[in-house]
Ligand binder design. Structure first.
Ligand code: M6R
Length: 607
């Protein structure tokens, strides 16, 4: 939540900051601001609303002109979105931008008031930090930052400028992600690499408690104790094009189209001689045999990938798998011990609740495995084992390709585990793996149903509410279909186990209410079709997602989306596509901001 950037170098700083913030808007977009040294003085411009509102304001009122500064795009935590609550925030001599939360800001505010510091303009926790920095500032910025770090609690990253240190930007990371980019004679800070990829692919990853000083176009680093440190320069493995729309109208649709490649890039290095092989991720057959219980814990879409994982791992490897929402799991005193494996799935690798579960699992002695997309993210670095998904940067807030590659990893794990445990023989393992290898091509064919989905989505736009139903794997999948649709179309949607409808929910069905049934599992088709008929008989408008060969009464479905067939267990990877397309086009047809749905942010780094 929130994106921060900073720049020191020969370019026009305001332009660089705005350009970098554009790439971080997925982290929050209710207000934005920048602070730039102009003729040795800090000039601030900020505005409620999107970055475009800030740009418009600067066009009207003038933009700060200089070569060093910081910027911010906000997802409000403390204080409503407003001009005054927008970052940057200032003390008398210090101006800061902040990503994350300061848990003890009330105590600090009291401390400041008790010490005659009463000039608070905003409702934010950030301003308290700016004031505290100012309170302790004695002319030595790094010493002052270190002092403040010892007093504030929470998860945060800060970009800081001191009025008497022109052309210099300071940055510090405690939990919330922060990188320092290094270009030719210029240096950057950013919450994420795509923000600066246009300028440089080289970056340093700040660790907990590390402070960066950007001056004269380069960066130096020290730790929490003030000791200078050398850091390893990393190079991003993607380029500017991956972070651009590339001719598509929105990132979401671009990312839907990127799925075949993303799956291929994710599974290929983990398949050797036709068999799954996760050894490059530190996972051996012996490891996979050793666990009594498996817990998959995550949030949102990533948790839904875990739901599919549960069905597949239990079915093939016959190991008990519990899936839980991270924000619930962490507070329910879970029964965990050394014989258990906790799998954390996360696109960003920074989700606060998922991180907390990782720490809890480690405390309890369980083994931890991260399935993460963002390289070097906290969850990836702190887990015992990590399987990186290679989806490339996912910019749209609604996750599509990240979910798809998470599914592909769930399959690789299930196949290797089932084989290691002797639940399937080599022939079956090879067969399943070969089917997984085919998925990129079949996903491509499913994407070619785009126009059919676009047409059917026109039938959804007037709905206030709809249901997604399915059985077994289709039910697990329908949870994601429902979330995707509601988050971008703003139509209320629930996913329901088809067989459970009659126990209460069917009373919601009224004339014309859309019910989308996912029916890809042949063995359950007949039963799901009965449920579809039941809702249709009560007035529902039914849309059925099934495979191209599925046979059922024509009158059960008002609309049918027939998807290409693959082994039944892998059907979720194909059926996902029309669900994503339905969500996307419903949102487009309603004129919503598809890539930045209201109230959301991509990376949820607060509880
Ligand atoms: O970065 P993570 O995968 O940990 O994020 C978890 C959820 O916030 C995320 O999957 C969210 O539900 C999606 N953006 C929804 O499309």
């Amino acid at each position: 939540m929130c994106g921060i950037v900073g720049y020191v170098g020969p370019r026009d700083c305001s332009d660089v900051l705005v350009s970098a913030l554009t790439k971080l808007e997925y982290r929050g977009y209710d207000s934005a601001g920048i602070a730039v040294f102009e003729n040795g003085k800090i000039e601030v411009a900020k505005s409620k609303g999107r970055l475009t509102d800030l740009v418009a304001k600067m066009e009207k009122e003038g933009k700060p002109s200089g070569h060093a500064g910081i910027g911010h795009t906000r997802w409000a935590t403390h204080g409503e979105p407003s001009d005054v609550n927008s970052h940057p925030h200032s003390g008398r001599r210090v101006t800061i931008v902040h990503n994350g939360i300061i848990e003890n800001y009330k105590q600090i505010k009291k401390f400041l008031i008790d010490n005659d510091r009463t000039e608070f303009l905003s409702d934010t926790d950030t301003e308290i930090v700016a004031q505290l920095l100012d309170y302790y500032y004695d002319g030595n910025p790094v010493r002052c930052i270190r002092k403040v770090l010892h007093e504030i609690r929470g998860s945060f990253a800060l970009g800081i400028v001191f009025a008497d240190r022109p052309e210099t930007v300071y940055a510090v990371r405690c939990e919330s992600p922060l990188i320092v980019g290094q270009g030719m004679g210029e240096a950057f800070i950013a919450s994420d690499v795509p923000a600066i990829i246009k300028y440089t692919k080289d970056y340093y990853l700040l660790e907990y408690g590390e402070i960066a000083v950007l001056k004269n176009g380069s960066a130096s680093f020290c730790n929490l104790h003030g000791r200078m440190i050398e850091k390893e320069l990393k190079t991003a493995d993607f380029d500017e094009d991956s972070a651009e729309k590339g001719g598509f109208e929105h990132f979401m649709i671009k990312e839907i189209h990127e799925q075949p490649t993303a799956v291929k890039t994710t599974i290929t290095p983990r398949i050797e001689d036709g068999m799954p092989n996760l050894s490059e991720c530190g996972i051996t057959p012996e490891t996979l045999k050793s666990f009594k219980n498996i817990f998959i814990v995550a949030c949102g879409t990533a948790m839904h990938a875990g739901m599919v994982g549960k069905y597949v791992i239990e079915k093939l490897a016959r190991v008990s798998v519990t899936v839980d929402i991270a924000s619930e799991f962490r507070y329910r005193d879970p029964l965990l011990n050394e014989d258990d494996l906790v799998i954390i799935i996360s696109q960003s690798g920074e989700t606060a609740d998922s991180k907390a579960v990782l720490n809890l699992a480690k405390e309890k002695g369980a083994k931890t495995l991260a399935v993460v997309n963002v390289k070097g993210s906290s969850i990836a670095r702190e887990s015992d084992m990590v399987i990186y998904t290679h989806a490339g940067p996912e910019i749209a807030v609604a996750s599509t390709k990240a979910y798809m590659v998470q599914l592909s990893v769930m399959y690789l794990l299930a196949f290797e585990m089932a084989y290691a445990k002797g639940r399937i023989d080599e022939k079956e393992c090879r067969r399943l793996t070969a089917e997984l290898v085919k998925t990129p091509e079949i996903i491509e064919r499913a994407i070619s149903l785009e126009y059919n989905c676009q047409y059917i989505s026109t039938k959804l736009i007037t709905a206030d509410s709809l249901l997604y139903i399915g059985r077994g794997l289709d039910y697990a999948l329908s949870m994601e279909g429902s979330l995707k649709l509601k988050e971008v179309s703003y139509i209320h949607s629930e996913s329901y186990a088809a067989g459970e409808l009659k126990h209460g929910t069917i009373s919601l069905i009224t004339e014309g209410m859309p019910v989308i049934a996912v029916a890809t599992q042949t063995s359950l088709l007949e039963k799901t079709v009965s449920n579809i008929k039941e809702v249709k008989a009560r007035g529902a408008m039914t849309i059925v997602i099934c495979d191209e060969a599925a046979e059922f009464d024509n009158d059960a479905a008002d609309y049918t989306i027939r998807i290409p067939k693959i082994s039944e267990v892998l059907m979720p990877m194909i059926a996902t596509v029309p669900m994503q397309l339905l969500a996307y086009y419903t949102s487009v047809n309603k004129g919503n901001d598809v890539d930045k749905p209201r109230n959301l942010a991509k990376s949820v780094t607060v509880e």
